[in-house]
Design a protein around this ligand. Structure first.
Ligand code: F2R
Ligand code: MG
Ligand code: MG
Length: 304
């Protein structure tokens, strides 16, 4: 049981990176049914920031917003070419110039804050670390969002993605997954009507074979409310196979690296790292470091 939990921690973080790398060549393609011919293993900002979340949780044995913001800034300044959108780098510059870590993001989008999927695409370590404490999971998912994404829809997307990861951690991968029960728990968890309606749509579309319709009805864009429910859908309709879930996610087009990353995190947390194809694990950029981080996170958790 202890080994299974460790494998799920590693599967989640490695799954995030594999899904990101698989989708990275197709981001912005609006054609569904993209064909994945080779795996470069190179991941983008989604995994770069997910690593920052894990590094900070490990260093503090829990959440410290000021520390996490500094880690994001340090990692970004070392590798600014990872394909970041415009919001986070602007926030980093404001924090660098003296604005408080939990104030800077309020300046984005005319004061509305960002509802981009950036807070959800990196939240997986929060989902595994707090999988057995929903109050803390929600609070830390919101807390890490506040560094860059203060719009209610950006924050709620991160909390829902973290909870989907947590549900996957606690599910037994050798038994059939009850997709409707999984969705019911997510719907009860969410505080936001936009997401409740999207999760109802996920429910209705579970048997749909037309991918264009799935992408149109759920959304596959950069907004959290258009990609978090879609990633959950990709996992649920392919819950029996890590490989099928991430290939399906990327085949929907749109924000492929991000939907791939979020699907990979949920699916990896469900199955454990052994279910991720060797050809992808061995070709993954900094794969050993990501595995090591996941093991450290598990170690800190197991000592709590
Ligand atoms: N940046 C990208 N992809 C662009 C191309 C990358 C290319 N491959 C390259 O290397 O150059 N991908 C990454 O960004 C997405 C996550 O974005 P994040 O972190 O949420 O950023 P931001 O800027 O906060 O929001 C993204 C866009 O969402 C819209 N938006 C958000 N809030 C809004 C609001 N309140 N009002 C209006 N629009 C809002 C804007 O269009 C933002 O630009 C991931 O895909 C990641 O992979
Ligand atoms: Mg990206
Ligand atoms: Mg993306």
């Amino acid at each position: 049981m202890k080994d299974m939990l460790k494998s799920k921690f590693v599967g989640c973080l490695v799954g995030n990176a594999v899904g990101d790398a698989l989708g990275s060549s197709f981001e912005g393609s609006w054609i569904s049914e993209v064909k994945i011919e080779r795996f470069s293993g190179r991941w983008t900002d989604d995994t770069h920031m997910m690593i920052g979340v894990a590094e900070s949780l490990i260093a503090n044995k829990g959440f410290d917003g000021s520390h996490m913001a500094q880690i994001f800034i340090k990692n970004y300044e070392r590798e600014p070419w990872r394909g970041y959108a415009s919001g986070p780098p602007r926030v980093f510059r404001w924090i660098r110039s003296g604005v408080a870590w939990n104030e800077a993001a309020k300046r984005l989008f005319g004061g509305a804050g960002s509802y981009g999927n950036g807070a959800a695409m990196r939240v997986a370590p929060v989902g595994v670390f707090y999988h057995d404490d929903l109050e803390q999971l929600r609070s830390v998912a919101y807390g890490q969002s506040r560094i860059t994404h203060v719009h209610e829809l950006g924050m709620e997307g991160a909390a829902i993605q973290a909870y989907a990861v947590a549900l996957a951690v606690t599910a037994d991968p050798s038994s059939e997954l009850d997709s409707h029960a999984f969705l019911g728990r997510l719907k009860d968890f969410t505080h936001n009507e936009v997401y409740k309606r999207k999760l109802e749509r996920v429910w209705r579309l579970l048997g749909e074979t037309n991918k264009g319709r799935v992408a149109r009805e759920l959304g596959n864009g950069v907004e959290a409310y258009n990609s978090v429910p879609t990633a959950i859908y990709c996992f649920l309709r392919n819950w029996g196979s890590f490989e099928d879930s991430v290939l399906y996610a990327v085949s929907l087009g749109g924000d492929t690296d991000t939907i791939g990353a979020m699907t990979g995190a949920i699916s990896g947390a469900h199955h454990g790292v052994e279910a991720i194809p060797e050809r992808w694990k061995s070709g993954l950029e900094k794969g050993d470091y990501i595995e090591e981080l996941a093991e450290k996170l598990w170690f800190v958790k197991s000592r709590k």
